[in-house]
Design a protein around this ligand. Sequence first.
Ligand SMILES: Nc1nc2c(c(=O)[nH]1)N[C@H]1C(S)=C(S)[C@@H](COP(=O)(O)O)O[C@H]1N2
Ligand SMILES: [Mo]
Length: 509
Amino acid sequence: MEYPDHGRLAVAAASGVAVVAGTFLAVGFSPRWVVVAVAQTVLYSLPDALLASGIQGLGSTAQPLLLVGSALLAVGLFGGLALLALRVARGADRERAETVFLVGLAQTLAAFLLTVSPVAAAVGGALGGAAVGLAGRAATAPADGERRRGLLRATGVAAVGVAAAGAGPLARAVAAVTAADDGDTAEAERDPLVDRLLGVAADRSFALPGAEPLVSESFYVVDKNPADPRVDAGEWSLTVTGAVAEEVSVDLADLREREIEHRFATLRCVGDPLNGRKTDTALWTGVSVASLLAEAGVDADGCCVMVRAADDYYQEFPLSALADGFLAWGMNGRPLPRGHGAPVRALIPGHWGEINVKWLTEIEVLEEEATGYWEERGWHGTGPVSTVAKLHHLEVDDGTVSVGGHAYAGTRGVAAVEVSTDGGDTWTDAELTERLPGPTPADADPDDPAAVAGEATDAWRGWRYEYEADTDHDVVVRAVERDGTVQPREERDPFPSGASGWVRRTVHP
Ligand SMILES: Nc1nc2c(c(=O)[nH]1)N[C@H]1C(S)=C(S)[C@@H](COP(=O)(O)O)O[C@H]1N2
Ligand SMILES: [Mo]
């Protein structure tokens, strides 16, 4: 069949867009969408060094960029296939129906190879072929009017495609901003104990413009995925394998029969800049990992574990760190959102975010050290977090300077935050928030003061300080740990083992 030469490129592009749109309509914004599959392929073929600073450094900003690029690549790939099929068809002098079939078949096969999803492949190939058919009708129509109408229709298919393709990256960008709510947003009736704990956290927070309250309103998201996995809570299970006396597998119902507790805990990404925003705190609901390890007969002196997830993520770290860990399925009184690892994630007290594995599926007990996902890419983020005092609130009002923020020192605990207004010569203690309550059994009586007693051992504290000033100067802050250790002054970038130094900001009274 003949397509005018100048039109063939447009037809092929429309067909490529139709495949991208069709597969989106079929499987939505999931790892089986061709754009996400292309993004994943791109990620796996990027030089490690590029990837290393890319994702942990930029976090959710890098992902929309990657998706837009991958969408273009996908259109090029499927459009290219259509072009090839058109060539072959023209050479062999095929009928239009056969050409449409040839294009659709090639695209279906390619989409299946990429996504391993028969549904995505079939719908994508069908729409890709249909776009060629429509455009072909337009190109070969006898009358000008009909031809234009046909072209319009083809353009329509392409437009719908562009819109559908754009919806994915857009959804992701929105989800990144409103991360805490991208899961189950149904306003479930909240547990009175959770309400009480969150109420205490709100009461203890300093309300400082620019700084989060003690429980973050927007919790940062960092992961390697162009699209997060969708794990069905009813089908989920976690298996303890490797150097164990007996493999143990549990589902959500099994976990819920254990001693459930609520814990305040802070997470910080190793890629978080010194005064960055990739540090946040939530109230988590779940159970401790220890009983599970005991059931599997894990040798407490064992060296390490490889913890795996539904997104093929894997992190290796000391068994002793996991033994203090927590398996969380609730966040601030709601089911754990998809973006934060639904249905169940690991929380490892005092350690960098990267070993707090989301979409958790397997704990493999190892007999010797191995290398995890980020360590293979140059990061050193499996150890304890470093100590930091952040300065996010800064206001000047008629010579009165008000500064504040949070300080986090992992399980070493923040004992003080010191402020210097003379560039680091002299230091004054800032006012600190009371520590958040300690772990609380889920069956505690919310009206019992004991329910909110105790102290969280792995949560940040808020700080604030006010002083008078009439000349430009630098204000510097640093945290002091429980044992008196002062946050190190030496300045380091986040890559590879976390930022270091004292946060300093210039004040113009
Ligand atoms: N399965 C899985 N878990 C993961 C990651 C990931 O890419 N996949 N990213 C890790 C990193 S680098 C960090 S900092 C934390 C962030 O958790 P959050 O997105 O809930 O804030 O999750 C960790 N857990
Ligand atoms: Mo991270």
